[in-house]
Each structure stands twice: as structure tokens, then as C-alpha cells.
Design a protein around this ligand. Sequence first.
Ligand code: 4G3
Length: 252
Amino acid sequence: MRVDIISLFPEMFDGPFGHSIIKRAKDAELLSIGITNPRDFAFDKHKIVDDYPFGGGAGMVMKPEPLFRAVAYVTEQKSFLRRRIVLLCPGGTALTQDKVKELAAYEQLILLCGHYEGVDERVRTHLVDEVVSIGDYVLTGGELPAMVLTDAVARMLPGVLGSSSSAPHDSFYEGLLEHPQYTRPREFEGLEVPEVLVSGDHAKIDRWRRKQSLKNTLERRPDLLAGRELSKEDAKLLTEIKAERQADVSGS
Ligand code: 4G3
């Protein structure tokens, strides 16, 4: 996959993309990332990329021409059949794991990082395929959201994660939160690892983990369970969880 990021602050990406799994994916040529500065496509002598909003008001708006030209540049470099142009903006559709999977299917992603008070509406209507938000909060720019999106997409690409930490085991892959994990030592300052995990009984361990996933989800993200069809086994585990909860509040 090719990811092209259009950003006024290219240096911001050096850290996150130069380490760990993203770096490995690039070294293995599973992923290539290019950063293009729209300022290089501002053809006036002052390299202006923003301007006052028509109609007045506070703040600046990103001008359309440098963004259109920067996108033309990264699309002309190579002709990808399946490409998606995404603007990172607080008003976009939520970046969920399903959205990540969808975006991971493209050959080229072009990520536009907005700044100032936003971008000229013609970018949204005539350049961008979709607007994505990483959450309901406002940041100083679309750079961190572009990094988040790139990281989430990269780890879905075949071969990027080792088989021991594959995406199918993710929380959210199945729409549930994760079960607890433990490693050595078996006892830490009097805190013991649950007996079942050292029992060697793998059917029992799987059942315990599934139950813990359901319990965590019920307690912390009940919305994830609300619209969900339960298998017979999950329904049974949930009944147990609710019974244990009831037992807890009544003090037995
Ligand atoms: C306003 C994305 C601000 C308009 C961008 C871009 C948060 C997110 C910005 C605009 C951002 C997010 C830049 N802040 N929640 N700031 O994904 O087009």
C-alpha cells in the first residue's frame, strides 16, 4: 500500500513512522509513505497557503489551489486503480475498526491534514472522497489523526504483524473488549495470576477468556453488546456474569 500525506508540517511524521512496526512494514516494502507539503505548491512568491474567510470571522482558511495541486502531484506519480482521498477533520465520519478495514483495501490512500479554522469547502466537495474523524475533539491539525489512521491501517496489511500478534485477535475485531493478560512472575507482590491460566486446560482457558471479554464489555462498553446477536455459548456466559454480579451486590 502507498500512503501519501499532504501536510504543512512534514517533520511531524519522522518520529512515529520511523519506529517499530511501521518502520518494519516500510523496510519490508509492504507499505510506502510519502509526505508532500502543500506549501511547495503555493505558486505565489510568499508561498501563501491560507487566507481570511469570505464573509468575515475569526481565523484563517486553507486555500484550495495548493491542496488541489499537491493531490494532483501525488496521483500523477503513479496510477493506482484503487485510491481514496481522505480529509481528516473533526466533522468527519468516525474512524472505527470497520472503517480501518475498509480503508486498508485501497492501493493508495491520500490523507489531507487540515489546519487553521478548516479548509475551503471546494476541497471537501470536489477533491476529497470522504471526511474522517478520529474522535469528538479538536486538535491543532490533522497530522496526529493522519498518523493514527496510517498506523491502524498499516497493521491490517497482510504480513505487517507477526502471526503471534495478528489482527484477528484484536479487541474490536470481534466487537468485544479484550480479556486480561498476565505474564511472569506468577506471583507479584502478593498478586497472583488466575489459577485457570496455569492449569494447562486450554478449553477451560478459552472459556475463561471469553467470559472475561464479555464481562469487560458489559461493564465498560455495554453499547457494543446492545446491537449484537449472541451465540448460545455467549448468552450462557452472560447469564453467569449477571448472576455473579447479582450475588456481589447482595453481599454473598
Ligand atoms: C478544523 C481532525 C480543524 C477543521 C482534525 C481540520 C481533530 C480531528 C482541523 C479541519 C483536527 C479529528 C484540524 N482536529 N477529530 N484539526 O479527527 O478541517
